[in-house]
Ligand binder design. Structure first.
Ligand code: ZN
Ligand code: ZN
Length: 478
């Protein structure tokens, strides 16, 4: 370490936005620069180029590297960056002279501080041609069935961040689980985008994304152009999240999904508000109390006439112990392509299920017209509306129909394959959605194991998607 910092050698600079950490690093005799959270690429570029040590290409290299270097979290204690290959999660590239930044991102720093020990080894090696691997992005389309319901897992991890799946293993597990697509959402890195083309299958669509782990909640960005990277260093109090993340991914046509908004882990609770989001991840992994809380929060958004948000469900799998597809989002899309699947999810034409053996068919009809999930049955307020739900793949349980007025109807699951039928009017129910639970609890049902639930069908008046509202002007937009 000391040798590395000798005059004439490239300096290693440790960046920190925590005073405590900076003090510790200083005490350890390590140089550092303080970096405000949410520092954007232009500012970083300026800061790096201000040293005069690097050419513009070098700056680009350092930026790419600096981004990738941040993903270790607690998952790694060592990584390698080479000209042609790198530890998954990091971006390969030539090791150029200049300022290097090692970003340390502990979730918390104890008041007594923490000990950091950094060893850097530089070796001069030429990669053999067999190691060279060009970026292989996944195809943007897979073999579909035209307009149909497609099953996918919008939130997954591999060894490219803190997961244990190798990319090939995740692909095999997704196919085994009966999925048509999944979204690759590594924490704070885009390095996996470059490998999916080598693993994609004809009938399995892989969508590039990122899980942006801000200080106040995790965002699943789904459908990023291959190689796109979003900075995660945002706090709600900074006000930098919208410009730094939401506006960028909106421009890229990707979806913004608040991940596990009430998960009981440090920094995981969603505090960036709901405006500008495309969906809420209501169901994350096995059904637990925080999913129940997310469901109630989401439910309250559905009664807001100025804009609603679709729900999605995913596994957030990190390895074989968390099954891929538990939960999964089943989307009505025009085809099995990135744009069609994203459009279906954005519109809320979807339901969430615990596995590929569960299938729902949910419709509302009146006056010879029909509306499905995410749609509006645009009929007069006093018209009688028939709501029908077919459930496949759940042997025992019950169906709960929920409207803006609450839990309005409960039915035992029909055993003969018959649908559940219920009648209402748009005046009595501004929307209706369905839950299929494995067991019925009591008068205040909570934590009954979920088998599947739908996004709403609106009755009477259409309600706009919240994602179409403009920031700051949304309260009464229609
Ligand atoms: Zn997360
Ligand atoms: Zn995750």
């Amino acid at each position: 370490m000391t040798g590395f910092l000798q005059a004439g050698r490239p300096p290693l600079i440790l960046a920190s936005e925590s005073k405590a950490r900076a003090r510790l690093l200083q005490a350890a005799g390590l140089a550092f620069i303080a970096e405000p959270p949410g520092l954007d690429e232009a500012a970083m570029r300026q800061a790096v180029s201000g040293t005069g040590a690097l050419s513009p290409q070098d700056v680009a290299e350092v930026l790419a590297r600096a981004k990738a270097e941040a993903v270790s979290e607690l998952a790694r204690d060592a990584f390698v960056i080479g000209a042609e290959t790198a530890t998954p999660g990091y971006l390969p590239g030539p090791v150029t002279p200049g300022t290097w930044r090692l970003l340390l991102g502990p979730y918390t720093v104890h008041p007594d501080g923490l000990t950091c020990r950094v060893e850097v080894t530089l070796t001069a090696e030429t990669a053999s041609p067999t190691e060279r691997s060009a970026a292989a992005p996944a195809p943007r389309r897979a073999r579909g069935r035209g307009r149909a319901w497609y099953r996918g897992d919008p939130h997954t991890h591999t060894v490219h961040s803190d997961g244990r799946w190798e990319p090939a293993e995740l692909v095999a597990a997704a196919a085994e689980a009966g999925l048509d697509f999944f979204v690759s959402t590594e924490h704070n890195t885009n390095s996996a985008h470059a490998v999916w083309g080598r693993h994609a299958r004809e009938d399995l669509l892989i969508i590039d994304g990122e899980e942006v782990t801000t200080r106040n909640g995790h965002l699943v960005a789904a459908g990023l152009p291959s190689g796109t990277w979003l900075d995660w260093r945002h706090r709600a109090a900074d006000g930098s999240f919208r410009g730094g993340v939401l506006d960028r991914l909106r421009a890229d046509g990707a979806l913004a999904i608040a991940a596990h908004p009430h998960a009981p882990c440090l920094g995981c609770q969603w505090k960036h508000g709901l405006d500008g989001l495309d969906a809420i991840e209501v169901w994350n992994g096995p059904w637990t109390v925080d999913d129940e809380v997310s469901l109630q929060q989401w439910n309250s958004v559905l009664s807001d006439p100025s804009g609603w948000l679709p729900a999605v469900g995913s596994s957030d799998t990190h390895g074989p112990e968390s099954p891929v597809g538990l939960a999964q989002t089943v989307v009505l899309a025009d085809d099995l392509s990135v744009s069609a699947v994203l459009a279906g999810m954005r519109a809320g034409r979807s339901y969430i299920a615990e596995s590929s053996s569960v299938a729902l068919d949910f419709q509302a009809t009146a006056d010879g017209r029909a509306a499905g999930i995410g749609e509006t049955l645009d009929v007069a307020l006093d018209r009688e509306v028939t709501v029908e739900l077919h459930v496949q793949g759940v042997t025992e349980g019950y169906v709960r129909l929920v409207t803006d007025q609450g839990w309005m109807a409960v039915f035992p699951l029909p055993q003969d394959g018959e649908p559940v039928r219920w009648t209402t009017t748009p005046a009595r129910a501004s929307y209706v959605r369905a839950e299929v639970r494995h067991a019925e609890g009591g008068p205040m049902p909570l934590l009954e194991p979920m088998a599947a639930f739908t996004n709403p069908i609106f009755l009477g008046r259409p309600v706009p998607l919240r994602s179409t509202r403009r920031a700051g002007h949304g309260t009464h937009a229609r």
